[in-house]
Design a protein around this ligand. Structure first.
Ligand SMILES: C=C(C[SeH])C(=O)N1CCC[C@H]1C(=O)O
Ligand SMILES: [Zn+2]
Length: 596
């Protein structure tokens, strides 16, 4: 009978989850070994382990789908079987599966080992992205040097184009074997909403005004600094924004602040002056989580993480990442940490992933995921929103407690956060809009680069510093494109993290919509065990319920919406509108004059 089958199914799925945990552990150990030491041998070993894992996964899947799980009465049992009935890449025949795995590894290796020559010293050709090239983009104010590293970095990553074409082919084949129309459907599946793309698009429409105001103001400041290489009404040249992908602009805060005279101490120099190293940055981050009565890191975390770029000459993937080894003890971060505020923020971001892993570690493996992928990216950033507040930086001594706290200082601080959070939004949106277009067949390989720049100019309002052609493949300059990592998660995170922050701040008594002395952007939830308790409850659920149920636990809301972000930046939005009006700044941008 169905009852008997459900009883059998419950026992089956318990054993299967434990089996999957062991398999995931083996796979993750092999993946870690390769990502932290890129050698032929480690690649071979990783491919062998994932081949074996795919084989076993498919065998288990054949057993799983024999159950009549769609008719089960028990919601939780049905949900577990639904998730276990999605085979993923393992649906591919072994030889194609291995080809796809190798293509992704090879693209990632090109990116992680790419080196360029120094603009000022043509014989020095060992500059890598992290830290040298990143530091040049952040600190150089020489447009020729910035153009050089921008162009050279893309030149070194263009060879990924042929690999990417095959990646699209095999990824789509795998998706179709999972009964999706294309890889787009497979990537969107866990958002459990047929209108998710429309919801994202309508949120972007609500956020466009504040982005366009910030864009207009920054273009004005860049014209003052760099002159006519920045047009008055066109897109902003992408190499001048302090970041290789123009996705976060906080590195050009020093000459764009609303009140330059009220400039606060540079946090990066404070970190250096106070003798911070990578370990102390992560210990400080951990202390913030523990202050909310969230979990501390495990002994294995401190023993096995890589928090500083190894200097033994090995090649490794430096892009920051957090790892779950599915044994409830072994959790790691791999980050080539520099002592600066950007990496201090990233340390909190990565530790947010570890905190989520810890909180849901008692869930069956099938539920050890974010409620949706945006939740996983939001956890650490919620902490960073408090840590970045002037109040908190004074509490931990990174800003001198005696420095005055006036409106000018306050607006500068809000502006700094806006250069990260507002500037990011169109980039977070267009990254997968471009890939969905490719997976769905609307963008063909002949148009990869011109479509990329069509979206970058029309949606983000940035343009290349030099002409581009289809010999270029500029999307490959970004890690997630070559590493098969979806990106919508970050757009979702940058929206919902303000809903989470607002709820946490209310619980902490730090924000009151009726009390102008407690605006959202001044909130610091440090030591609020009340806020921590609700956050923990949401995180413990993992993906055991649809994400609106998880969001409701912390915020009382069931919908993703822009109200939290707009509330947080309201004072800045008002100031930008007034400032742009005063400057007679052109709002928005005309099409680029560059040939793309
Ligand atoms: C820090 C990580 C690892 Se999950 C990251 O990739 N992030 C964090 C913010 C956006 C995105 C990026 O760097 O592009
Ligand atoms: Zn992340």
């Amino acid at each position: 009978s169905l009852e008997d089958e459900e009883i059998r199914a419950r026992a089956y799925v318990k054993l299967l989850n434990d089996k999957i945990a062991l398999r995931n552990n083996r796979e993750t150990l092999a993946a870690w070994k390769y990502a932290s030491n890129i050698t032929e041998e480690n690649l071979k070993e990783q491919l062998d382990v994932s081949k074996e894992s795919a084989k076993e996964t498919k065998e288990d899947w054949l057993e799983t789908i024999k159950f009549n799980w769609r008719s089960f009465g028990d919601y939780d049992l049905r949900r577990q079987f639904e998730k276990l009935s999605i085979l993923g890449k393992s649906a591919l025949p072994e030889e194609k599966f291995l080809k796809l795995e190798k293509i992704i590894s090879d693209m990632q290796t090109i990116y992680s080992t790419a080196k360029i020559c120094d603009h000022k010293n043509k014989t020095k050709c060992d500059l890598v992205l992290d830290p040298e090239i990143t530091d040049i983009l952040a600190n150089s104010r020489d447009p020729e040097e910035l153009k050089h590293v921008w162009v050279e970095w893309r030149h070194k990553n263009a060879p990924a184009k042929e690999l990417f074409r095959d990646y699209v082919k095999y990824a789509n084949e795998a998706a179709v074997l999972n009964n999706f129309t294309s890889n787009t459907g497979f990537w969107l599946y866990d958002y459990e909403s047929p209108t998710f793309v429309q919801d994202v698009e309508s949120i972007w429409e609500q956020l466009k005004p504040i982005y366009t105001q910030l864009h207009a103001y920054i273009r004005t400041k860049l014209r003052q600094r760099y002159g006519d290489i920045v047009s008055e009404k066109g897109p902003i040249p992408a190499h001048l924004l302090g970041n290789m992908w123009a996705q976060s602009w906080s590195n050009i805060a020093d000459f764009t602040l609303p009140h330059p005279s009220a400039k606060r101490a540079d946090i990066t120099s404070e970190l250096l002056n106070q003798g911070y190293d990578a370990l102390k940055m992560f210990k400080t981050a951990e202390e913030f989580f523990v202050s909310l009565n969230l979990k501390k890191m495990t002994p294995e975390f401190w023993e096995r993480s890589i928090l500083v770029k190894p200097n033994d000459g090995r090649e490794l993937v430096c892009h920051a990442s957090a790892w779950d080894f599915f044994d409830k003890k072994d959790f790691r971060i791999k980050q080539c940490t520099s002592v600066n505020f950007e990496d201090f923020t990233t340390a909190h971001h990565e530790m947010g992933h570890i905190q989520y892993y810890l909180q849901y570690s008692d869930q069956p493996v099938v539920y050890r995921q974010g409620a949706n992928d945006g939740f996983h990216e939001a956890v650490g950033d919620v902490m960073s929103l408090s840590v970045s507040s002037t109040k908190h930086l004074k509490r931990i001594g990174l800003i001198d407690a005696n420095t005055p706290d006036n409106d000018a200082v306050d607006l500068n601080a809000l502006f700094m956060i806006g250069l990260d959070k507002i500037a990011f939004l169109p980039f977070g949106y267009l990254m997968d809009k471009w890939r969905w277009g490719i997976f769905d067949g609307n963008i063909t390989a002949e148009d990869y680069n011109c479509k990329w720049w069509e979206y970058r100019t029309s949606i983000q309002g940035v343009e290349p510093p030099v002409d581009r052609s289809e010999d270029d493949f500029d999307a490959a300059a970004k890690y997630h494109i070559v590493a098969d990592v979806p990106y919508l998660r970050y757009f979702v995170s940058f929206v919902i993290q303000f809903q989470f922050h607002r709820a946490a701040c209310e619980l902490a008594g730090e924000y009151d919509p009726e009390d102008p002395t407690k605006p959202l952007h001044k909130c610091d939830i440090y030591h609020s065990t009340k806020a921590g308790e609700s956050i923990a409850k949401m995180l413990q659920m993992g993906s055991s319920r649809p994400w609106p149920d998880a969001m409701e636990v912390l915020t009382g809301q069931r919908k993703m919406d822009a109200s939290g972000l707009l509330e947080y930046f309201r004072p800045l939005h008002k100031w930008l509108e007034a400032e742009n009006k005063k400057n007679g700044a052109y709002i928005g941008w005309e099409s680029t004059q560059k040939s793309i």
